[in-house]
Ligand binder design. Structure first.
Ligand SMILES: [Zn+2]
Ligand SMILES: [Zn+2]
Length: 445
């Protein structure tokens, strides 16, 4: 958390504002709806303005143009406000009442992304209540670079790099894209900054809470800022799960990079690309996967070795109550209150037909019988080098095909391994059961 001077507050606090309401709270509501792409200032009653401002296709939005609206219309809850509020409610899965009810007010007071939900809203103010929503811009190359223009004082550089790499790996798993960090951040495709308040791109941050971050679409959109991601350093950033009073950098970074790659906000509850932050979520929803695949497609796999669940190696066998094998499954019953590591050594060819291969992702087929048995971490190794860390993912239940990307998709040299960090909480023996069917990797040329 860096020091921020003034909190810019556009979040309304008064419930039951409706058509006919007037005053400062209405003005805040209208600013809020305009900032996030629901209310086109061009729709308002203009006095002394010849043309309504153009909606812009970037987080640099219409807050400034809103200032051109006369003070009388700014504070009046009119038809356009009711329609904008209904669209906000529809997009976010609330009842579309057009009244600032309790549920809407609560949502507006939650932390969120600064990117508008409907950045391309036309003059008529219609909004698509779409699932994943892809912008027409996308990167025309697959090997993207990223760099840090600065860091937050909340986290060490090493922890920040780890969080960001984990976030990129989520998108790398599903696309032909690879993401490599370079030290000369200025020449990187995606430049990462931690900033507060007004930071020179026309879209000021608002102090702690409210807007957490924003990002820019791929080029040619947004000129030199294309692809960049900015994080509000008035927030307290953390990589701990649970995050306490802090905000999870992995989750917010993965969301912002979705915009950097050309995704808009999704109206699907539970999608990483939904606009509101609901705590740590370090994996993609099927809606996010559909969105990013629509943009970039899949990729061709040169080789895909798998191994059966019976080949699992257990680091601390004494922390298990029982191990059973059935067919190709291994059933593991952990002792309550224990942590353990399970390892799969994947028999991986590193050179095929004279070509050294690269790793795109690791995959698991497994299940846990309740939330008392949790897959916490998945680490991927080439020989003794750890090449990807998916930390604090907290997966339970059926995971019949779960993928863990490697952000930079490196060449492999010494053979691949997958290490799985698990936790068994207090519960019945059957609740503490975890089954492994198989593990594999996708290798590319
Ligand atoms: Zn966003
Ligand atoms: Zn910015």
């Amino acid at each position: 958390m860096a020091k921020s001077k003034k909190k810019i507050n556009i979040i309304p606090k008064a419930a039951n504002l409706k058509k006919g309401s007037k005053g400062k709270e209405v003005e805040k509501l209208k600013k809020y709806l305009a900032k996030f792409g629901y209310l086109n200032p061009g729709q308002l009653e203009y006095e002394g303005l010849e043309f309504p401002p153009e909606p812009e296709d970037s987080p640099v939005k219409s807050a400034a143009s809103f200032e051109n609206v006369t003070s009388k219309s700014k504070t009046r809850f009119d038809d356009a406000t009711a329609e904008a509020l209904s669209n906000f409610q529809k997009f976010n899965g609330l009842e579309a009442t057009g009244v600032l009810d309790k549920a809407s007010l609560e949502l507006m007071n939650q932390k969120r992304c600064g990117f508008p939900d409907n950045p391309a809203m036309g003059a008529l103010g219609s909004i698509d209540i779409a699932e994943f929503n892809a912008h027409s811009n996308k990167w025309t190359k697959t090997n993207l670079t990223y760099g840090f223009l600065n860091y937050s004082p909340d986290l060490t550089a090493a922890k920040t790099k780890q969080a960001v790499e984990q976030a990129f790996a989520m998108w790398a798993a599903e696309t032909p894209l690879s993401f490599k960090m370079i030290n000369n951040a200025n020449s990187a495709d995606i430049r990462i900054r931690f900033v507060t308040g007004n930071h020179g791109d026309g879209s000021s941050f608002d102090g702690a809470g409210g807007v957490l971050a924003h990002a820019f679409y791929p080029p040619p959109n947004s000129g030199a800022l294309a692809g960049d991601a900015h994080f509000d350093d008035a927030e307290t950033w953390t990589i701990n799960v649970p995050p306490g009073t802090g905000t999870d950098l992995v989750t917010v970074a993965a969301h912002e990079f979705g915009h950097s790659l050309g995704l808009r906000h999704s109206s699907v509850t539970g999608a990483l690309m939904a606009p509101y932050y609901g705590g740590p979520k370090r994996y993609l929803h099927s809606d996010d996967i559909a969105g990013i695949k629509h943009q970039y497609g899949g990729y061709s796999i040169a080789h895909a070795p798998w191994i059966h669940g019976t080949d699992i190696n257990i680091e601390y066998p004494d922390r298990l109550k029982a191990i059973r094998r059935a067919g190709f499954y291994t059933y593991l019953y952990g002792n309550a209150g224990t942590k353990n590591w399970f390892h799969f050594a994947i028999p991986s060819p590193v050179i095929v037909d004279g070509n050294r291969l690269r790793i795109a992702r690791a995959m698991l087929r497994c299940r846990t019988h309740s939330s008392k048995a949790i897959i916490k971490h998945v680490h991927i190794y080439d020989g003794y080098s750890r090449i990807a860390s998916h930390n604090d993912i907290n997966l339970s239940g059926n995971q019949w095909f779960v993928k863990f990307g490697v952000a930079h998709k490196p060449y492999i040299y010494w053979g691949l391994g997958i290490s799985i960090g698990v936790e068994f909480k207090t519960g019945t023996t059957n609740e503490r059961r975890m089954d492994f069917v198989s593990a594999g990797v996708d290798l590319i040329k």
